[in-house]
Structure formats: C-alpha cells, structure tokens
Write a protein that binds this ligand. Structure first.
Ligand code: NAD
Length: 360
C-alpha cells in the first residue's frame, strides 16, 4: 500500500489540500494518507514548524503532499521557528535536490497573462532548480563586525555561495534526462561572468552534456534569462539553474502563465521520494474565504502520481480533467474573466472530481 503524507500547513493550505485529497480519492487507487501539522499550525501546537513526528511521517511516506506555510504574524519570530523553515527542513532532511516547476499557459487562460497572448499561447517551459545547495544553505553565514575593506569595524552580514562538483553533476543529469522526454533543449542559467561558483557550474554542466549529444545545451547569464523570459519565453524548453536564480526565475515564469494558482511543483530526491506542492504561498489575504484556486495543488497531486507513485495513467486523467474544467469555463477568482463562471475552491475541486467520474 502506498503511503502519502498530507501536510496542509497554513492559510489556504488546508483548503486547497482538501480538494487535492478529494480528487486523489476519486481515482480508487491503493494508497493511504496520514495528515500532520506543519508550519505556523505546527508552531502553535508544538512550538516548532517541523515537529519530529511530522518529519518522521514525511521520511517514511512514499510521497508528501504539501499545501503552503507562513503568515505575516510570524515575521517577528526568530528565523529557526518561522513557518518557512519547515520547507527548508523537509528539503534538507529528505535530500530533495531536484525541483521541477512547469510553467504551462493553458489555451483558455492566455488572456490572464500580463504578456501579449501571442507571446504566451502554447507556452510550456520546465524549470529545473537545484534545491539543496547554493547561497541558501552555504556555510559560513552570519553577522559580524566587518574585518576589512572600507567599512572595517562596522556591523555586516554575509552568506556563502558554493556548489560542489557532485551536486552540479546530479542535477545536470536530471535536467538533460528531462529534456530528452521533451523538446531536447537545456538552457543552463548562470552568472559565470561575475561569480566563481557559476563559472564552475558552467564548466561541470558542459562536461556532463558530453553524455547527452542528442540534447542541445545553451548557456545564458541570469540577467539575460530574466529578460528573455518576458521577451520570448517560448524559446525555452528546460530552463535549468541553481537554487537562488531558480527561486526568482520560476516566480517570473509563473506570472507569464496568468495565475500562480495554476502552477504545480515537485521536489525529488535520488530515491524517487518527493514533496509535491503548489508554487504559491499560503495567501493569508484570501485564507478562509473559500476562493483560493485549488488547481495548482490538484496538478501537484498528478505530478506525485507520475514521479513518486508510478501511476502515469492516473496522473494523465487528472490533467485531462483539469483541462476539461477550464474548457467548461469554470474559473476561481484569480483566473476569472468576463463570460466565464466564477466558482469557489470547493466547487472547483468538485468539478474536477465530476470530470474524472465522467471519464469512466
Ligand atoms: P502568496 O503566493 O501566498 O500570495 C501572492 C498573491 O497570490 C496573493 O495575492 C494571493 O492571494 C495570491 N494567490 C496565491 N495562491 C493563490 C491561489 N491558489 N488562488 C488564488 N490566489 C492565490 O505569496 P505571499 O503573499 O508573498 O506570501 C504569503 C505567505 O506565504 C508568506 O508567509 C510567505 O512566506 C509564504 N510563502 C510560502 C510558500 C510555501 O509554503 N511554499 C511559498 C511562498 C510564500
């Protein structure tokens, strides 16, 4: 029996995860779910955003379905106790080094993008971001008195950007293998002109590429990539980069598609275990109102079936059901436009379940 750890988290997390679980149950697959607190909800109940019991459940499960964590009210807490630390902790303990974020612009939603429809119609980019290294995890880091330079003796803060060869190699293999199943093109994004870490990144990626002669490799500086994403996004197939650049570029790409409420994500380790979550946060501004778009979470559940639970057919069924619901003109508020029917979180989940049942 497959086991899914369900971690709804905070804000809209509980609302959207409930819909994804409902959709999964409609598939009649052999899996069990177990739910646990994470983020601010776990801090309130147990004094820590990632309690040991939650981490243990995630480690023992085949996959984790995650909602979102965070609320502005926790901003004053010391960093280690803030809800967002739960995600960093899960990534680290489960060794989830490969993050997949598709940015797909559905035909029905092209007008929701801030770009001209012809620039985004048919957009289908896969962003692969390294998730456990780079300046987000590099040591040493901290605050100190500046030891040298023009501001010696003044307080300063510092972080460390670093990548080791094996870290770059394993994510480069993931990127090339993913490209093989798509448009066979990888754009590796770096800042090799300024940063030693990213000159090394570029060198190692070029070496790994020798094993994938059927895949085209292009290198691009991160500032240019940010520009190209809004100028000609359809030129990208697999956009592949480090942790910090990937964080920023994947949000930029998300907006090209119209709504962040539509975008799933998967974070995988070498054993195929994964954490699946929407690309957006806990949206405290709309939490509890029943208006959040659950589709990003439902599509994350589809990615979970595909990548961690070996259920490709079921994943494709969910994706087809989502497309069909959009074709029926049902929209949550974030993707609503004149002439379509506005629905709430639960109605959207029910509509996906109804389409699944209609598939027979
Ligand atoms: P956010 O993604 O939560 O919200 C940004 C905007 O998008 C808001 O206007 C929100 O209403 C809207 N939005 C997001 N998801 C939506 C959905 N499914 N349907 C409709 N509208 C949606 O980002 P934020 O406001 O910058 O952050 C809010 C909190 O979430 C913060 O505490 C932040 O730290 C946290 N956060 C958590 C994660 C995560 O859990 N992985 C990721 C990003 C931010």
């Amino acid at each position: 029996m497959m086991k899914i750890a369900v971690l709804p988290g905070d804000g809209i997390g509980t609302e959207i995860v409930a819909e994804a679980v409902k959709v999964l149950r409609a598939l009649d697959l052999p899996f069990e779910t177990e739910e646990a607190l994470v983020g601010g909800a776990a801090y309130e109940a147990h004094g820590h955003p990632l309690p040991d019991a939650t981490l243990k459940l995630a480690q023992e499960a085949d996959a984790v379905l995650f909602g979102a964590v965070g609320d502005w009210k926790y901003d004053k807490l010391e960093r280690a106790l803030r809800p967002e630390q739960a995600i960093l902790g899960l990534r680290k303990h489960l060794e989830l080094f490969a993050n997949f974020r598709p940015a797909i612009c559905y035909e029905e939603l092209t007008h929701a993008s801030s770009l001209k429809p012809e620039l985004v119609a048919g957009l289908d980019i896969l962003i692969i971001r390294e998730l456990t290294g780079d300046i987000y995890f590099g040591q040493p880091r901290g605050r100190r008195t500046s030891p040298d330079g023009p501001f010696a003796g003044q307080p300063e803060a510092f972080d460390t950007m670093r990548y080791s060869r094996p870290e770059i190699e394993r994510i480069a293999h993931v990127a090339f293998q993913a490209a093989r199943k798509r448009g066979k093109k990888v754009t590796s994004v770096d800042k090799a002109n300024v940063l030693e870490t990213f000159q090394f990144w570029k060198d190692v990626v070029t070496e790994v590429h020798a094993q994938y002669p059927d895949v085209e490799l292009e290198h691009m500086y991160v500032d240019n990539a940010a520009m190209q994403l809004v100028k000609a996004p359809k030129k990208f197939d697999v956009l592949f980069t480090g942790n910090m650049f990937g964080d920023i570029l994947s949000d930029e790409a998300a907006m090209l598609t119209g709504s962040i409420g539509m975008l799933p994500s998967a974070s995988l380790n070498a054993r195929g275990q994964g954490l699946y979550e929407p690309s957006h946060g806990s949206a405290p501004d709309i939490a509890g109102k029943g208006v959040a778009n659950p589709l990003a979470t439902i599509l994350s559940a589809a990615m979970m079936l595909r990548f961690s639970l070996n259920q490709e057919a079921a994943a494709a069924r969910i994706e087809a059901a989502v497309k069909s619901v959009l074709a029926q003109n049902l929209r949550t508020a974030d993707i609503y436009s004149e002439g379509t029917t506005k629905v709430g979180t639960k109605e959207m989940g029910d509509a996906v379940v109804a389409r699944l049942k209609a598939q027979g």
